[in-house]
Design a protein around this ligand. Structure first.
Ligand code: SF4
Ligand code: SF4
Length: 350
């Protein structure tokens, strides 16, 4: 049902007012000199349209860092939380939309996670185009553009946005307005040119067709030991990842028999993640844990779902305090090539 329009940037306030009729709008906002986070916004001036990657991806709305699954009183009555607060995720880039689709696949697979499914129904997603920096490699992961997984998508074509309205939910919200104008041929051409030219801007590229075989063959490569010796096991790479979804369950029980069960994000990079009874640990050191993470994202998921769970957003690379989590660089080294300059190298002074 997708329909295309153009929106003058002068009409953004009106567009935003319409989105607010659906629910609270969360959009990228500047939180420090170099970082952005999804924050509730009231007007377009609070939105950082130039933001490339937010500290945390939109997964924090679909699947919060910590949430109550249910609570119970001393008589055994169970109460489930209400997760029906409508909200708009504004400005999700194609890689993040692809990450949300991975979470949808995980959490809605039968029997389905009821909290996730309910929360998802009340979310409207507005995607937005972006231009890559040196950390982005979504083009290699084939997530640099996307045909579904959003309600509305905005492509920046200078003083206008090209607007794709993709779902009945979005069409209903934007019926009877005079600021979305039917896209004429010149705008359609500008839209095509944008996406065509953008492909040329990716500098961080690698070959992805043989990743599972490469990881099998290079399981004993010394690169893993080198990375493992530097890894701090902090878990940053997993928390910032749009597709990492591991969690732990915490039972908070009171003496009177009441309590609640909570779910919180966990990380396969933590020492205790694979610990089992008898103090046995399947992955006791960072070398095993890092290798496991790479294999899970680039091999195991590929085998099971026919796509990897890395969407090439670059967050893990940017947020790794040990400066080792350069996925493209690691794969290139596993291939036996050492011609790639470290992505962590500071830009040369002009
Ligand atoms: S593994 Fe890294 S680059 Fe890939 S999706 Fe996760 S955070 Fe982004
Ligand atoms: S962010 Fe870097 S240091 Fe921290 S667990 Fe991941 S790879 Fe290791």
């Amino acid at each position: 049902m997708e329909k295309s329009y153009v929106l003058s940037k002068e009409d953004l306030p009106r567009f935003l007012e319409r989105l607010k009729q659906f629910g609270t709008v969360f959009a990228p906002s500047k939180v420090s000199e170099q970082s952005y986070a999804f924050k509730a916004v009231e007007c377009e001036k609070e939105i950082s349209f130039e933001a490339l990657r937010t500290i945390l991806p939109p997964k924090k709305f679909l699947y919060p860092q910590r949430e109550t699954l249910f609570s119970y009183d001393e008589a055994g009555n169970i109460t489930e939380p209400e997760v029906n607060q409508p909200l708009v995720i504004f400005g999700a880039h194609p890689c993040d939309l692809s990450g949300m689709k991975v979470l949808d696949d995980i959490f809605t697979a039968p029997p389905g996670d009821s909290l996730y499914i309910e929360r998802r129904k009340h979310i409207l997603v507005v995607g937005q185009s972006c231009l890559p920096d040196k950390f982005c490699f979504c083009e290699s992961m084939r997530t640099d553009s996307i045909k579904d997984g959003y309600d509305i998508f905005l492509t920046d074509i200078e003083d206008h946005f090209f607007v794709e309205v993709a779902t009945p939910k979005a069409a209903e919200l934007f019926k009877d307005n005079d600021f979305l104008i039917q896209a004429s041929a010149p705008y359609k051409q500008a839209f095509k040119d944008f996406w065509h030219n953008r492909k040329e801007l990716f500098s961080n590229r690698f070959e992805t067709s043989n990743l599972p075989a490469l990881l099998d063959l290079e399981d004993g490569n010394s690169v893993w030991e080198e990375l493992g010796q530097k890894c701090l096991s902090c878990g940053n790479c997993t928390f910032v990842c749009p597709t990492c979804y591991c969690f732990d369950i915490v039972e908070i029980a009171n003496f009177n028999g009441s309590g609640q069960r909570e779910r919180e994000w966990d990380s396969c990079q933590f020492n205790g993640f694979a610990k089992v009874a008898g103090n046995n640990n399947f992955r006791p050191g960072p070398i095993d844990r890092l290798k496991f993470w790479y294999r899970h994202k680039l091999h195991g998921f590929q085998d099971a779902y026919e796509f990897p769970t890395c969407v090439g957003c670059g967050r893990c690379t940017v947020s790794c305090p040990a400066e080792i989590d350069d996925i493209v660089g690691v794969v290139v080294r596993l291939e036996g090539r050492d011609d790639r300059k470290s992505i962590y190298a500071k830009e040369e002074a002009l």
